[in-house]
Design a protein around this ligand. Structure first.
Ligand SMILES: C[S@@+](CC[C@H](N)C(=O)[O-])C[C@H]1O[C@@H](n2cnc3c(N)ncnc32)[C@H](O)[C@@H]1O
Length: 284
């Protein structure tokens, strides 16, 4: 199993499988017709090998569903750019109904961008799409990119789906700072886990990532408030468990938990994961 997830980019294949499986259900809550070929056989092998993620595939379904909703909501509000950092095999620009003039920017490591572009080479994006190969760990290069994108838009929604958990607190703080310094990057959506859930994830899934360089590590005690120091105000967070319950994607033992009232954050002394929407306090 150790060899299966060879590097952080393989985690994109892994999550794409759950989008493929949801898309193939007769009652699918989203349709990603590209997910299976993007994930490839390797994606399927990884998903099958990590039992905990297969059992909890509802969390990936909820995450995709929620971020789709955030995208639709912001496009309807006139946002003119989506900046999708660590985009992986996300094919939203190809599968969602989007305005032709919406600028959609996918950013990921060169290997991932080249792989995705090759698979999707005969497909037509629904909007004004661009993919950018960049190592987001290169702070100078990413800052230049952020500045350039900021100049090209009036209001952007930034997405970092499945990224923050792999970064240290310091890296997340720097990313938050660099993003909020771009005043047209008005909103930011990402998924977050509570420390109690991180503990479960570490126990159940970290062994499968051994040797890949990917480490599950970010779950701030103070929840979304962590980002306040770096120019971001919390707008709303949506629980994946509640969402999956509403979508009828939970296995039986979890259903009663989804029906229970959920204490509000930002501090959550229980296993929790959700998608969080923040607003840039410097945005104009
Ligand atoms: C779990 S995947 C999430 C992919 C996608 N957002 C999704 O939800 O399906 C993590 C992604 O982060 C990307 N990534 C990790 N470190 C990166 C870096 N330094 N620069 C650019 N992308 C990075 C990986 O290549 C991978 O595609």
């Amino acid at each position: 199993m150790n060899q299966l997830v060879e590097n952080i980019s393989d985690t994109a294949r892994w999550v794409a499988i759950f989008r493929a499986e949801e898309s193939e259900r007769p009652d699918a809550v989203f349709h990603d017709p590209f997910a299976r070929s993007l994930a490839g056989e390797k994606g399927e092998q990884i998903a099958n090998a990590i039992e905990f993620s297969r059992k909890n595939s509802w969390s990936f379904v909820a995450r995709t569903y929620l971020i789709d909703e955030f995208v639709i909501q912001h496009v309807e509000q006139g946002y003119d750019m989506i900046v999708n950092l660590a985009a992986g095999l996300d094919a939203r620009a190809y599968r969602m109904q989007l305005p032709k003039n919406l600028k959609w920017i996918d950013v990921d490591l060169p290997g991932m961008i080249n792989y995705k572009n090759e698979i999707l080479k005969n497909e037509k994006p629904k909007c004004d799409y661009r993919s950018i190969a960049l190592d987001l760990a290169d702070r100078k290069a990413r800052f230049e990119l952020f500045q350039q994108l900021n100049n090209e838009c009036k209001k952007a929604l930034v997405i970092t789906e499945g990224l923050t958990i792999y970064l240290t607190a310091e890296q997340n703080a720097e990313l938050a700072t660099d993003l909020s310094s771009q005043h047209h990057f008005r909103r930011w959506v990402f998924d977050l886990v509570s420390p109690a859930l991180l503990e479960m994830i570490l126990k159940e899934m970290q062994p499968a990532l051994e040797g890949s360089g990917a480490l599950f590590q970010f779950a701030p005690e103070e929840g979304e408030e962590f980002f306040e120091k770096y120019g971001w105000k919390h707008i709303e967070s949506k629980s994946k468990l509640k969402t999956a319950g509403k979508l009828n994607r939970l296995y039986d033992e979890l259903k009663p938990f989804a029906d229970m009232p959920e204490p509000p954050g930002p501090r959550r002394p229980f296993p929790w994961s959700g998608d969080c929407l923040l607003e840039n306090v410097y945005s104009v």
